[in-house]
Unconditional design. Structure first.
Length: 86
């Protein structure tokens, strides 16, 4: 069995965790901490997925053609028209 880590919590966090246990939603502090760890791991996985998508988009942009004559004002006007019509 894995060794239980020792953690330090602020008084506010300790009270909040105790309040969660008192509501009956969680049976003990360990359940609260496991739920928090699962949320953190899920958030990190989502963050890593976003970073991966951004890296792919950057790679695609770097490999794309360079447009010599590009009118940003015209482009933005067309996009605004598209966004307003949706």
């Amino acid at each position: 069995m894995a060794r239980n880590p020792s953690i330090s919590l602020t008084e506010i966090l300790q009270k909040d965790i105790e309040d969660l246990v008192k509501t009956g939603r969680y049976q003990n502090v360990s359940e609260v901490m496991r739920a928090g760890a699962r949320l953190l791991l899920d958030q990190e996985a989502q963050r890593n997925a976003v970073i991966k998508r951004l890296e792919i988009a950057v790679d695609e942009a770097l490999e794309s053609e360079v447009v010599e004559e590009f009118d940003i004002d015209d482009f933005l006007a067309r996009k605004r028209t598209q966004w307003q019509s949706t």
